[in-house]
Write a protein that binds this ligand. Structure first.
Ligand code: SF4
Ligand code: SF4
Length: 161
């Protein structure tokens, strides 16, 4: 864990352009999805997200309407009251949590609404999901936020030159 985290901290910014260009070069190569999913499993077996929580600390979590309904029910609020208190609405109607670091992040990096957290949080950083090869910009952006993503891309570059 420490090595992955230190390496990310030291190199992710300087490697960003190279990573973005590499990830762009993978577009259309569907076989990459399988490699990324396998690396996701290997890398996350070594990473303890509770020692990191950088995603929760640095980016506002996207919340769908079904997410909002589920979390509101969990908190004993109406959807309307939950949205008003905890979410921001973008110009296109999309919703996100109104605090960075996230309003629901505890000091020990646990999540106050873990059981009902938004799908986007559940699926982050999406490295095991179908379509990895297409999401070059998002994956590159995530190398700056997520040590595990940086490591997955680093290992991917060693396999698929
Ligand atoms: S809802 Fe929970 S998992 Fe999602 S960003 Fe906030 S603290 Fe993290
Ligand atoms: S940024 Fe990545 S490694 Fe850190 S907590 Fe989030 S998913 Fe886990």
């Amino acid at each position: 864990m420490k090595e992955i985290f230190d390496n990310w901290k030291k190199h992710s910014k300087e490697d960003y352009d190279e990573n973005l260009n590499y990830l762009k070069s993978l577009r259309g190569n569907k076989s990459i999805d399988q490699s990324a999913a396998e690396l996701d499993k290997t890398v996350f077996a070594k990473v303890d997200c509770l020692q990191c929580a950088n995603c929760c600390k640095s980016t506002p979590a996207m919340v769908t309407r079904p997410d909002a309904k589920r979390i509101a029910k969990h908190l004993g609020l109406s959807s309307k009251a939950f949205i008003k208190k905890y979410l921001l609405e973008d110009y296109d109607g999309s919703l996100m949590i109104n605090g960075v670091p996230c309003t629901f992040l505890n000091v020990d990096n646990t999540c106050q609404i873990y059981e009902v957290r938004p799908e986007a949080c559940r699926e982050y950083p999406h490295t095991a999901q179908f379509g990895f090869h297409r999401r070059s910009r998002m994956n590159a952006q995530n190398t700056l936020i997520c040590p595990a993503t940086y490591e997955i891309v680093k290992r991917l570059k060693a396999i698929h030159v």
